[in-house]
Design a protein around this ligand. Structure first.
Ligand code: FAD
Ligand code: FES
Length: 260
């Protein structure tokens, strides 16, 4: 982990309110695991808390990394107005990242992303494919208008799309897509990032699978395990005493570890 003023190399808008930003700096050499995130300071003196944003792509050769974010409030709004050449105060990489060490070449991973949970799944898929793992993607969006990064995933492996309103791909959610897919194939690992409801639906489709990894989202303050702002309850905890901190023990947990 390192704190650095990283320089913005590029910023493009991918869809309404959704931006991809490319950053460069020495910090890139610390970035290895997909699913880890950057804790980024908003360049406004009135917004004190950093904003957690997942790594979307790591490029060691070019010493760059990419993030994709959706404008939600004042912090992400400020990011969206920044230009190439400007700098951001970045702390990272934080969090545990996705574990894929148990997968061997020729095995299959199902990669599931919903909405603004899709970005980290791209670096995960790239790394798995580079290690000979077969990747199949299941991506869900609200509608065609806010769909992004389809071709990037298609270039790595079979990719199935769902939209809530049916304007692109199958009408429904990623759970609709997965219900069909698991009739044909049982993957050795399932990785998912998205809204809580989506994560719950994914976990329910693989009730006894040992390798279902979910990336959880909680509001964060310090991002490094010191403030307990980001706790979520652990499974098997009847008296509410066993919490996990999403920022440093997560954000990735096995589905059978946490209560959604
Ligand atoms: P505001 O609502 O004004 O934020 C106010 C405060 O609440 C800030 O401290 C902010 O950090 C916190 N906050 C608000 N929403 C969230 C949230 N959903 N999760 C955690 N903290 C929140 N968003 C993306 O668009 N792309 C990503 O790749 C991405 N990765 C994330 C990875 C992790 C591990 C977590 C926890 C969240 C991630 N988010 C991502 C959500 C993103 O952090 C929030 O949308 C963002 O912080 C909102 O800031 P804001 O100032 O625009 O909104
Ligand atoms: Fe401070 Fe997780 S955000 S402990």
């Amino acid at each position: 982990m390192k704190q650095e003023m990283m320089t913005i190399v590029d910023q493009v808008q991918l869809a309404p309110r959704i931006f991809q930003m490319v950053l460069t700096g020495e910090l890139v050499s610390y970035m290895e695991k997909p699913g880890q995130f950057l804790h980024i300071s908003v360049p406004r003196t009135d917004l004190l808390l950093r904003r957690p944003i997942s790594l979307n792509e790591i490029n060691h050769k070019q010493r760059t990394c990419a993030i994709i974010y959706r404008v939600e409030g004042a912090g992400t709004q400020a990011f969206s107005q920044m230009q190439a050449g400007e700098q951001l105060d970045v702390l990272g990489p934080l969090g545990n990242g996705f574990d894929s060490t148990f997968l061997t070449p020729g095995q299959t991973a199902f990669i599931v992303g919903g909405g603004i949970g899709i970005p980290p799944m791209y670096e995960l898929s790239r790394q798995l494919k580079a290690n000979g793992v077969n990747v199949t993607h299941f991506l869900g969006y609200a509608s065609k208008e806010v769909a992004y990064f389809q071709e990037e995933f298609q270039s790595l492996g079979p990719t199935y799309f769902a939209t809530d309103d049916g304007s692109y791909g199958t009408k429904g959610t990623v759970a609709t897509l997965l219900t069909t897919a698991i009739k044909q194939e049982q993957p050795q690992a399932v990785y998912a990032c998205g809204a809580n409801g989506m994560l719950k639906a994914v976990a329910e489709l693989f009730p006894s699978h040992p390798n279902v990894f979910l990336s959880m989202e909680e509001r964060m303050a310090c991002g490094i395990g010191a403030c307990y702002a980001c706790v979520c309850p652990k499974k098997g905890d009847k008296i509410g005493s066993k919490n996990v901190k999403v920022c440093d023990e997560g954000p990735i947990f096995l589905a059978n570890e946490v209560i959604l």
